[in-house]
Design a protein around this ligand. Structure first.
Ligand SMILES: Nc1ncnc2c1ncn2[C@@H]1O[C@H](COP(=O)(O)OP(=O)(O)OP(=O)(O)O)[C@@H](O)[C@H]1O
Ligand SMILES: [Mg+2]
Length: 616
């Protein structure tokens, strides 16, 4: 296989956000609001501890300077007694102990706040995702990148608390120690900060860059997740073994993994080069101050106590300077992640909606039914018209079948009727009212759908069916009645009956056959007390007998309901009162089975083809 050379990744080009500080800091400030709501008492206590923790090292230096000088004086002259030092020693001991004790309290408060933030963000994300009544967003790769970054934010939101307070504490400590060192010389702290600044700034820059690298690899990282899952998921286990796909997926995984690692290592290399150079400059600055301190001590200008305290202060300025900017950098990094969270929260529904307070309740019962007027549809971010100028009626109480070749647009039509998307052009009316005037939740409550690609929940049989009508989830009789209508009589024979988990991935779970699953999906739709029943290939996997049983009772199942049935089996389609024929997104025929057969167009051709097949 020819190896393609990957283009060099310029991190700065990935997203202009790297250069934009405004939104990042706005996000950080917004999150401070979140931290405050997450725990007011804890935030306040942490703030106090932060002030104290920042001050204590300087206080300790201050006290130790005097203690050392007094101890030396006692040793030299014996003029003073140990008692004179005692108060200072006690103060020094107390300050040291306080510094030790504050650590664990700080840690405890930070973890409490961190956990609360994580919960807060998790709820916010789930609520936001749930607020989207349409599915268009979920077909946008950008949303999935965003969601992956948001997932990272969830754990990082706790880090923000840590970095923010740590940065505050260290910065405050830096100020106090600088003030202390200015007792030696007012320019000394400035000189040291000047020497340490490039190092600290490099720390800041690369911590950010690393964050950006992580964030903007979300699309790649999602692919990585996907390829890894091919080895781990139940759904793919069979194919991977059957077709021998191990090496194929591993190769893809490895390629992306190395590419991601390559970018991270390039950041690390650049970071290492800059940091070692600037560390040298910082070291020279510290040594220069040391030399002056020693000279002054030899000359007798400084005492030994002052020498040790100022020497420690010198080092403390250097470390505080880089740690404080390092923490700010992490804050910035988390802030970058948070901007994705806020971008995600800003996403608005794509379909037209009337606010709940102004929306009409769905009509009960439908009077006239559904009408599409000259409806066309193109999936978002694509340019192929899937439905093209469709006008049709589905009268209240009527059973309509839709037929057409694969890809004709039948399922897409269902997605428009269930309002997963809005038509790109044309009108959609229910009882002569534009459908977006109705309360969406109430409208959907009037619909029940068996999707062509129905879901198999890894839950009990009872829940798998009951989810069609969650309000009646615990009513086993109701669920059993729906199962019976769908011909799902096998459930009684499952190891734990209706409580059996329908997945082998859980203890005592079981797996169903394709047809059994389809019966479950049908039962799920039938638990719902809906006026509009939409069945998209509901019996494709059923054996002849089961399918026959269901259609024998079809009249009863669809009694007093408006029904849309999509099927490739012409023998079932002919039962419908009216048949709509779709071809390449256009409605090409419409009528009863008899009328369409007489027409002798597409429907008649499809019907005869299938009939011929059976008559061989
Ligand atoms: N989410 C989507 N985004 C973009 N294009 C899509 C999407 N879903 C379907 N399509 C395209 O729309 C066309 C119609 O698909 P649709 O699922 O409506 O066909 P169908 O008539 O239900 O076919 P089948 O008989 O195979 O179920 C297909 O060509 C498909 O490629
Ligand atoms: Mg379909």
């Amino acid at each position: 296989m020819e190896k393609k050379k990957e283009p060099d990744i310029q991190l700065e080009e990935w997203d202009p956000r790297f250069k934009e500080w405004g939104p990042v800091y706005k996000a950080i400030f917004r999150s401070f609001g979140m931290i405050w709501t997450a725990g007011k008492v804890e935030t306040f206590v942490i703030f106090l501890l932060m002030l104290i923790q920042g001050l204590l090292p300087t206080l300790i230096l201050y006290l130790s300077r005097d203690v050392i000088d007094m101890v030396i004086a006692i040793a030299d002259t014996n003029n003073q007694s140990f008692r004179d030092v005692a108060p200072l020693l006690i103060a020094l001991a107390l300050a040291t102990i306080a510094l030790q004790i504050i650590g664990p309290i700080f840690l405890l408060m930070k973890s409490i706040l961190g956990d609360r933030m994580r919960r807060h963000v998790a709820l916010l994300v789930m609520e936001t995702a749930n607020q989207h009544p349409d599915i268009a967003h979920f077909e946008d790769p950008k949303l999935h990148d965003q969601l992956r970054r948001v997932r990272q934010v969830q754990s990082r939101s706790a880090d923000l608390v840590i970095y923010a307070f740590q940065a505050g504490s260290v910065f405050w400590g830096l100020l106090s120690v600088a003030l202390f060192l200015s007792l030696f010389h007012p320019l000394a702290p400035w000189f040291l900060m000047f020497c340490a600044f490039p190092y600290a700034l490099a720390h800041y820059k690369y911590a950010n860059l690393f964050g950006v690298a992580l964030q903007f690899q979300a699309p790649e990282a999602r692919k990585l997740d996907y390829f890894r899952n091919q080895f781990l998921s139940h759904e793919t286990a069979k194919d991977v073994r059957m077709f021998g796909l191990h090496d194929f997926f591993f190769g893809k995984y490895w390629h992306i993994f190395m590419r991601i690692l390559g970018v991270l290592w390039s950041v690390r290399r650049r970071e290492f080069r800059s940091l070692s150079l600037y560390a040298l400059l910082g070291g020279v600055g510290v040594c220069a101050v040391y030399v002056i301190l020693f000279r002054q001590t030899i000359r007798g200008v400084l005492s030994i106590g002052e020498l040790t305290a100022y020497a420690s202060a010198t080092l403390l300025i250097w470390t505080n300077m880089s740690t404080s900017l390092f923490n700010f950098a992490f804050m910035h990094r988390v802030g970058g992640f948070l901007t994705h969270l806020y971008d995600f929260l800003k996403r608005k529904p794509v379909i037209k909606m009337t606010p709940k307070e102004f929306a009409k309740p769905a009509p009960r019962p439908f009077q006239k039914g559904i009408e599409l007027r000259n409806v066309s549809f193109t999936y978002p971010n694509t340019d192929r018209k899937i439905l093209d100028g469709i006008s049709l009626n589905i009268h209240a109480g009527e059973t309509v079948a839709i037929v057409g070749k694969n890809g004709a647009g039948k399922t897409t039509l269902v997605k428009l009727i269930t309002r997963m998307y809005d038509p790109s052009a044309g009108g959609f009316y229910l009882d002569n009212v534009p459908v977006h005037h109705y309360d969406l939740e109430d409208l959907r409550a009037q619909m029940s759908v068996v999707d062509q690609d129905f879901l198999k929940y890894q839950l009990s049989a009872q829940e798998n069916i009951g989810l069609g009508n969650v309000d009646r989830l615990s009513e086993l009789d109701h669920i059993k009645a729906a199962a019976e209508k769908a011909g799902a009589d096998f459930i009684d024979q499952l190891p734990n009956g209706y409580e059996t988990i329908l997945s082998r991935q859980f203890e005592n779970g079981t797996e169903l056959s394709g047809g059994e699953w389809q019966k479950i999906a049908l039962a799920r739709a039938l638990t719902r007390d809906a006026q509009l029943l939409i069945l998209d290939e509901p019996t494709a996997a059923l054996d002849v007998r089961s399918e026959h049983d269901i259609y024998a009772r079809f009249q009863e199942l669809t009694k007093e309901k408006t029904t849309v049935l999509i099927s490739h089996r012409m023998s079932t389609v002919r039962m419908a009162e009216r048949i709509l024929v779709l071809d390449s997104g256009k409605l090409v025929e419409e009528g009863t089975h008899k009328e369409l057969m007489k027409n002798n167009e597409l429907y008649a051709r499809l019907y005869s083809l299938q009939a011929e097949h059976y008559n061989v």
